[in-house]
Design a protein. Structure first.
Lengths: 112, 115
């Protein structure tokens, strides 16, 4: 069974630029999550999708972050414009209903 | 306040020694409990989970964890550590209230293994 795929693996941008991350969940998993992991901290949930609907985006900085999950499969997370404090690893995870979450390898973002 | 606490930021053990990583949670009702491991540059891999039932849970890679309701703890153990166990370990919970299967992570414990 293929795992959660993410791209790119690494991205370096300058502040005020925009960036997008892509996630392909495990086949058949209806729930998709985006987490932000700042160096030295545990991951923090940014947004959770159930199929293509948002069920929790309470910790998403909506003035600069956006996410979509068209057709209930792949998802894209965008930051526009990026700030220095957005430097982090962005992890995508998926699960089947209320079950265990499986994580992708993450995208490491550095904002200069 | 609701939280997940991993008191040890960094632990160093010798290869072959036993290991215990601590995790405490502060929630009204016992949440679902998880341990994940993250190797450098990698995503998170599930080691084990506890939902209910037997309080001693067996996981992958020889790890186990014990749930103690009286102490609000879910400590991770391994009887003999291998050099390949060097990684960062995260305790996480899914609170039963609030829905949505939302994982709340501790800050992590970084494990170093001496040969």
């Amino acid at each position: 069974e293929a795992g959660v795929a993410q791209s790119p693996r690494y991205k370096i941008i300058e502040k005020r630029q925009s960036v997008a991350f892509w996630c392909n969940p495990i086949s058949g998993h209806a729930t998709l999550y985006w987490y932000q992991q700042i160096l030295g901290q545990g991951p923090k949930l940014l947004i959770q999708f159930q199929n293509n609907g948002v069920v929790d985006d309470s910790q998403l900085p909506k003035d600069r972050f956006s996410a979509e999950r068209l057709k209930g499969v792949d998802s894209t997370l965008k930051i526009q414009p990026a700030k220095l404090e957005d430097s982090a690893v962005y992890l995508c995870a998926s699960s089947s209903a209320q079950e265990t979450q499986y994580f992708g390898p993450g995208t490491r973002l550095l904002v200069l | 306040a609701q939280s997940v606490t991993q008191p040890d930021i960094h632990i160093t053990v010798s290869e072959g020694a036993s290991l215990e990583l601590r995790c405490n949670y502060s929630y009204g009702a016992t949440p679902y409990l998880f341990w994940y491991v993250q190797s450098p540059g990698q995503g998170l891999q599930l080691l084990l989970k506890y939902f209910s039932g037997d309080t001693l849970v067996q996981g992958i890679k020889g790890f186990e964890a014990e749930f103690k309701r009286s102490q609000s703890s879910f400590n991770l153990r391994k009887p003999s550590v291998h050099w390949s166990d060097a990684a960062e370990y995260f305790c996480a919970v899914v609170p039963l209230s609030g829905g949505y299967n939302k994982l709340i992570f501790g800050a992590g414990t970084r494990l170093a293994v001496h040969p």
